[in-house]
Design a protein around this ligand. Structure first.
Ligand SMILES: [Fe+2]
Length: 405
């Protein structure tokens, strides 16, 4: 029955909005007001800005746009606009304090749920509402802000992770060849018309690829250490000497020996590219990456944050792609050789500032999501992008080559 189905869809949306908010609040729960306000890096907003922005973006889309209502605090919008306010300036804005932001988040959410109860999601031609698109977009937005919040939390000394679920430590590590082949032929790239995806993943199209080989696992700390020793390359972000010739990881105020079996993380595109050339390989193009990821499981992958770190390279082999490559999803975002460019036939939706303004040779594409990515965000067609110098993101890589190497 249609009426019942609509109710179910709305209930599911309301429940997922609640779950997303729970996670956002859980991540900041251990922090003091001082921590929330502190500017740790010009590359990242203070956490207090993220909290207000999450609610303000929700108000803009789910209350003002969908519900055609006035905002609770119309004066705030311009301070929480991500384009108007670059990250390095966000610590100086007259934004809501820790005491004010929670009531604002709750107030917006209350109105969001009122609008949701009234809105028509099935019998509508409005592309913003059809299949609940705008709600999926808002869920993805909050989820993705959790990942940028975790980027900042890497810098918070003695951050106590809220509720570690034991994480990926217990996963069996598979053995296998260093590289796996992907046959020449046509591969489906991008997201289909049905279901939620961002504008930059569409339209879906086929790509004719030459055969190539791709690393079965992400590049490990152990391999990266060899590269550093051989070339004098800098260590990844959050590594420090242990005083005895070894290396420690220092993220979240912990000091632990670097585990050579884990994927390297917090490296720039330039470093990934230099490693690949040093290894006699290259970075995969994003289309090659997507072809190699066909069939990868997002369920059997180290995603969703609560493990608070990577799994060893070769873990989650039961989530492997059809190619045999493991960890294509989860653990570390993977730098690709590709610039962030629109697919042929791209149309900006629902606003050009999401993708279109970033197209061009300045940004490189990353694929696959990291341990810090919420599971609901990621799919093999998902395209992330960043400047090639960036290292605060949860980025590693794997290499490709034209032959078995
Ligand atoms: Fe945002």
């Amino acid at each position: 029955m249609a009426g019942q189905r609509i109710q179910t869809r709305k209930d599911a949306i309301a429940e997922r909005l609640g779950e997303a908010r729970e996670r956002t609040l859980a991540l900041v729960e251990p922090l003091s007001e001082e921590d929330l306000n502190r500017v740790y890096s010009p590359l990242l907003s203070p956490l207090i800005w993220d909290l207000g922005h999450i609610a303000n973006f929700e108000e803009l889309w789910l209350v003002q746009t969908v519900g055609e209502r006035e905002p609770l605090r119309g004066d705030l919008g311009r301070f929480y606009d991500a384009i108007e306010n670059p990250r390095r300036t966000r610590g100086e804005l007259p934004i809501l304090s820790a005491a004010e932001v929670r009531p604002y988040m709750d107030g917006v959410r209350e109105r969001t749920l009122e609008v949701l109860a009234e809105v028509e999601l099935d019998e509508t031609e409005d592309p913003l509402l059809r299949e609940g698109f705008v709600y999926e977009m808002l869920l993805a937005h909050e989820h993705q802000h959790n990942e940028t919040m975790l980027q900042l939390l890497q810098m918070v000394d003695r951050y106590e992770a809220p509720e570690e679920d034991g994480g990926p430590a217990g996963e069996t590590v598979s053995a296998g060849p260093e590289m796996v082949p992907v046959a020449a032929g046509e591969h489906l790239i991008g997201a289909p018309e049905e279901g939620f995806a961002y504008d930059n993943e569409r339209p879906a199209h086929t790509a004719e690829l030459e055969s190539f080989w791709i690393d079965r696992t992400p590049v490990t700390n152990g391999a990266y250490l060899e590269f550093m020793a051989d070339t004098g390359a800098q260590p990844p972000l959050y590594w420090e000497r242990d005083g005895e010739g070894g290396w420690l990881r220092t993220a979240m105020g912990r000091r632990e020996p670097v585990d050579p079996a884990h994927p390297v993380i917090h490296v720039s595109w330039h470093e990934a590219d230099a490693f690949a050339r040093w290894a006699g390989k290259r970075l995969p193009s994003e289309r090659e990456w997507e072809a190699a990821a066909e069939g990868a499981s997002g369920e059997r992958a180290n995603l969703d944050q609560l493990g608070f770190g990577t799994a060893a390279a070769g873990a989650y082999a039961d989530g492997a792609a059809d190619s045999g490559a493991v960890q294509m999803l989860g653990d570390v975002w993977e730098w690709t050789a590709s610039d962030f460019e629109p697919y042929q036939g791209f149309r900006a939706f629902p606003y050009p500032e999401y993708s279109q303004e970033f197209f061009g040779p300045d940004h490189k594409v990353l694929r696959g999501g990291a341990w810090a990515t919420r599971r609901a965000v990621i799919r093999t067609s998902f395209r992330n992008w960043d400047l090639p110098v960036r290292r605060q993101i949860f980025a590693g890589f794997r290499c490709a080559s034209d032959d078995a190497g």
